[in-house]
Design a binder for this molecule. Structure first.
Ligand SMILES: NC(=O)C1=CN([C@@H]2O[C@H](COP(=O)(O)OP(=O)(O)OC[C@H]3O[C@@H](n4cnc5c(N)ncnc54)[C@H](OP(=O)(O)O)[C@@H]3O)[C@@H](O)[C@H]2O)C=CC1
Ligand SMILES: Nc1nc(=O)c2c([nH]1)NC[C@@H]1CN(c3ccc(C(=O)N[C@@H](CCC(=O)O)C(=O)O)cc3)C=[N+]21
Ligand SMILES: [Mg+2]
Length: 298
């Protein structure tokens, strides 16, 4: 029997734990945790994720300081906005929704976010902490994948893991977190030769590419653990849109020992880890909660 790694259910459990803590801590601190999501332009997919994030914040008791800005907002304005949010005591987490329009330099912007408020874990200081194995704010999607594997009793140490994709948002931090958990990690990308031979030797395959039906039965060895990070919108014969991952789920799920569905797998965990990171940064910034540090996610 293939184990379905139910991210939706785990997200619900973790969000309930965060809700209880936020409920306890808000009166002690005198304010709730706060998250600012900055979205530039009106990419419909981004708008849907931002709405999900705001709804989840409401449920958990996190204050949202969302900023939806026009697609032609100048770089200097965004830098000023981030400086204000860095200085705003009510804000514990800042997230710049990616991608941003062409004229914006996202790297420069990400680098202006206070590393202690970097809810996405994309600032060089936090990526450096990850490389060094030091505590810090970790990228939400890979952190969510690690939680999902852990909560389902999946052992990582000593396993062969192949991560497909090498973005700063997903692939690279995913590879580093698997390495930190003592997997033997290979990172594949668009220039990789003989990808299916590589993935066929893997115990764990994480796909973060963004192409529907990319991973087929030929890529997977019997009993492998398959984590599908991809989010692709495909048009159905009825002219509607539906979400699918990178993995041909029908073909691969009978072969795998465990697999994440799309939707309901990694996506809800990403949102939950964003909330987690916001609450963690609140804990770390508020002296009244000094003794609570390190108790989240346990
Ligand atoms: N579930 C969730 O919570 C989240 C899902 N996503 C989804 O995950 C996917 C990846 O996101 P992101 O990392 O931001 O995307 P990017 O486009 O930044 O990166 C895609 C990566 O896939 C690699 N790639 C592309 N085509 C191939 C191929 N044919 N063979 C092997 N590798 C390939 C690219 O290689 P190269 O570097 O050589 O170009 C690149 O490293 C997207 O579908 C995105 O929507 C993203 C964030 C969160
Ligand atoms: N700075 C930044 N950080 C991100 O983490 C980030 C980003 N930019 N840009 C876009 C990608 C994509 N992403 C998703 C988050 C949640 C779902 C999610 O909740 N998915 C649900 C379904 C949602 C739906 O139905 O639309 C699921 O898979 O079950 C998906 C994708 C975060 N991203
Ligand atoms: Mg996110």
């Amino acid at each position: 029997m293939t184990q379905i790694l139910d991210g939706k259910a785990l997200a619900k459990t973790i969000q309930a734990q965060l809700t209880a803590k936020v409920h306890d801590w808000t009166p002690q601190v005198g304010r709730p945790p706060g998250l600012a999501v900055i979205m530039v332009g009106d990419n419909p997919a981004s708008a849907a994720y931002v709405r999900n994030k705001e709804r989840a914040c409401d449920r958990v008791g996190i204050a949202s300081f969302g900023q939806k800005l026009p697609g032609d907002t100048p770089q200097a304005y965004l830098e000023g906005l981030i400086a204000e949010l860095n200085a705003d005591e009510r804000v514990d987490g800042i997230l710049l929704q990616l991608p941003v329009p062409q004229h914006i330099n996202d790297v420069t912007l990400l680098n202006t976010i206070d590393p202690n408020k970097d809810a996405d874990g994309l600032h060089p200081v936090n990526l450096g902490r990850l490389v060094r194995g030091e505590p810090g704010l970790r990228s939400c999607t890979p952190l969510g994948v690690m939680q999902l594997l852990h909560a389902n009793g999946i052992d990582i140490a000593g396993k062969q893991a192949v991560v497909i994709g090498r973005s700063i948002l997903v692939g690279k931090p995913m590879a580093l977190m698997l390495l930190e958990a003592n997997a033997t990690v290979t990172v594949a990308h668009s220039r990789t030769h003989n990808l299916s031979a590589l993935t066929r030797s893997a115990d764990i395959v994480v796909s973060a590419i963004g192409r529907s039906h990319f991973l087929t039965a030929d890529h997977i060895q019997a009993g492998a653990i398959v984590v599908d990070v991809g989010i692709n919108r495909i048009e159905t014969s009825a002219g509607q849109y539906r979400l699918v991952g990178d993995v041909d789920y029908e073909a691969v799920s009978p072969i795998a020992s465990a697999i994440t569905p799309v939707p309901g797998g990694v996506g809800p965990m990403t949102v939950t880890m964003l909330l987690h990171n916001t609450v963690l940064s609140y804990c770390q910034r508020m002296p009244a909660l000094a003794h609570e540090r390190g108790t989240l996610l346990s």
